[in-house]
Design a protein around this ligand. Structure first.
Ligand code: SOE
Length: 378
């Protein structure tokens, strides 16, 4: 008999939908010891909370997250609110003994993140941060190939995350849909929002980052602020490029921007090793390109592996070989892994502590861009 796993979600934006969809689907496709129940959704207004509850099947609504944390019919809290609220809610949730699943990035900065790690570790509660791209089957498969030694020594790691949705100077900053442009709510721009994904995947695939040298730019310097109604300086980085040394001596090159006209969410990565190279592209997310130098010379070349076979990570849970899955499935995989780890008494990944490593790299990147110096990752 499956045990209930009762979710209280705080926040109801785009990520709230992605997570709610995952909670609803996971039990249909994965064998779990838990029955995931959508107990409560918390939003600032009862009307918004009720709309979301009706759409996604939450049993009840709250308008005060503290009240949600007091409830004894909630096992796990999903923090899906802007970054500046993560710490306060996580500390209170840890105090209340709730399991915490927190949207990325972990915090506004490393100092906050460290406090959050200490709180969950002191409370001994399960915790996880939603870096979902680890759970794209092709990316998980890349991890397997690297761990098996297919690439040998790694020389280069390259990643980009390109978007184009903030080019217009007319776009305001702040408020519900646009908090990502408001430094007070987001902490940073593309560094914490997009490069954080690239950094999380990179650390997972290629190990820790030792030092960084970065540049950032804010192309639109002032925008109308939705909360004050005034034109205010823009404090976020619109674009960020950095190079780095990994601890394994490989060289890294990362670029992210919201000003790459034509690119909506182009996350790409390439890894070059002694024996083989790998390439992956979010727009073609079920494919992993592999060049294997050990192939026989005359037929050697890049091959494109359609990562949809039953033997590929997660794919035995979905359709028949050859049929694809998409973005939303990465969240389903993350909940499935979380619940399986939780049932087995294993820590979830990425944990708050894992996500703190990404936060440290983001902080070093922002500090290097400011000082124009190589900066060690603390
Ligand atoms: C920003 O546009 C965004 O939605 C990020 O916040 C997500 O983390 C990323 O996966 C897609 O882009």
């Amino acid at each position: 008999m499956a045990k209930p796993f009762r979710i209280g979600m705080i926040g109801y934006g785009f990520m709230g939908k992605a997570h709610s969809n995952a909670y609803r689907k996971v039990g249909n496709f994965f064998d779990l010891d838990f029955d995931v129940q959508l107990k409560a959704i918390c939003a600032r207004t009862a009307e918004n909370a009720q709309d979301f509850a009706d759409t996604w099947g939450y049993e009840s609504v709250e308008t005060d997250w503290r009240r949600l944390l007091e409830r004894d019919d909630i096992d796990a809290v999903d923090i899906c609110v802007p970054n500046n609220l993560h710490k306060e809610i996580a500390l209170a949730a840890a105090d209340a003994g709730k399991i915490i699943l927190c949207e990325k990035p972990l915090a506004m900065n490393t100092v906050e993140g460290e406090e959050m790690c200490q709180a969950v570790e002191r409370a001994g509660i399960a915790n996880m941060v939603w870096y979902n791209y680890r759970r794209v089957p092709a990316v998980t498969f890349a991890k397997k190939l690297i761990d098996e030694g297919k690439l040998g020594k790694i020389f280069h790691y390259r990643a980009n995350f390109l978007q184009d949705w903030t080019i217009s100077e007319e776009l305001p900053q702040g408020g519900n849909a646009l908090w990502r442009l408001d430094v007070a709510a987001a902490g940073s721009g593309v560094t914490g929002d997009l490069l954080a994904h690239c950094i999380d995947t990179a650390i997972w695939l290629n190990g820790g980052i030792a030092d960084v040298n970065a540049m950032t730019e804010t192309f639109v310097k002032e925008r109308m602020h939705n909360l004050t109604g005034k034109v205010e300086p823009v404090g976020i980085d619109d674009a960020c490029t950095f190079m780095c040394h990994f601890k394994n001596e490989s060289l890294g090159l990362f670029e992210s921007t919201r000003y790459a006209r034509g690119h909506k969410a182009l996350y790409t990565l390439e890894i070059n090793g002694e024996h083989a190279s790998l390439k992956w592209d979010l727009h073609d997310l079920h494919r992993l390109d592999l060049f294997d130098h050990q192939d026989e010379g005359t037929v050697r070349g890049w091959r494109s592996i359609h990562v949809t076979d039953g033997e590929h990570p997660y794919m035995d849970r979905w359709w028949v070989p050859g049929l694809q899955i998409g973005y939303e499935h990465t969240f389903v995989h993350q909940v499935a892994d979380f619940l399986q780890d939780y049932a087995a008494g294993n820590p979830a990944t990425p944990s708050f502590r894992d996500a703190l490593e990404t936060q440290k790299v983001c902080d070093a990147v922002l500090s290097s861009a400011q000082s124009r110096q190589w900066t060690d990752v603390q």
